[in-house]
Design a protein around this ligand. Sequence first.
Ligand code: KIV
Length: 266
Amino acid sequence: MLKKVTVSTLAKRRAAGEKLVMSTAYDAVEARLCAVAGIDFLLVGDSVGMTHLGYASTLPVTMEDMLRHTAAVRRGAPEAFVVFDMPFMSYQESEALALHNAGLALKTVGADAVKLEGGAECAPLVRRMTDAGIPVMAHVGLMPQHVQVAGGYKVVGRDEDSAERVLADALAMQEAGAFAVVLECVPETLARRVTETVDIATIGIGSGRECSGQVQVICDLLGLSEFTPRHAKRYLEGGSLIAAALKQYADEVREGSFPAPENSFR
Ligand code: KIV
C-alpha cells in the first residue's frame, strides 16, 4: 500500500527542518523516475511548452496540454504530490473560468493542488479557490507568463521597490490561503527575507540557498535542455548519452548486427 504524499507531508517535513525537494515532471516515465529517487513533490509545469512541446515560451500551452500531461504524471507516480500549473489565460479571464479549470485539474486528472503566477492582485481568486477546497501554490518574482510585459526573463527584486513588492505578494498569497509560494529568480537576500517573514513554505528556483525547498526543471537536471540557466545544475549529460545510444542503434541496424539471434523468435 503506497503512502500518499499530501500538503500535511509538506508541512511536517518543513516543520522538521527538512529541505523540500520538488522537480518538474511531464509524463509517466519522468514521474516514476522522480518517485524512485525520493522526489515526491512533482510540478507539472507549463514549462512543458518549452521542454516537450517545442514552443519558445509557455504562453501557447493550453488546458488540454496540461490535463494530458498531468494525467500521465499521476499514472506514473500514484503516491506523489502532484501540482498542476495553471496555463496562460486559464485563470486570468474570470474567477468563474479559473475555478472551473482548477476544478478540472483536481477532479479529472488527480492533481493534488494547482499553481498560479501572480501576487496581491490574485489574492481574491486564491481565497475563492482555497475556500472551495483547492490547494494553491503561489508563484511570485519572475513570472514567465508575464514575459511580454516584463520584456524578458530577468531577476526580480534587485531594487527596494520591487523587493518590497515581492515580499508583499508572498504575504498576500499566504493571507489568501496558499500553502506554499514559488520564488523564481529573486536575489538570495530577498528570498531569505521572504522565507523568514512568511509562515508558508518558500520553494526557490534561481533564488539561492535560503528557501524552504527547491524546484528545478527535470530536463535541466538531466542535461536534456540545450540551454541550461545559471541557476540550474546538470546532474547528467543525458542529451549526449541518449544521442550516442540512438546512434549505436542506427549503426547496428545499418550494418546488420541488430537484431541478433537472441532478439529474434523461432
Ligand atoms: O513551469 C515551471 O516549470 C515552473 C517552474 C519554473 C517553477 O513554473
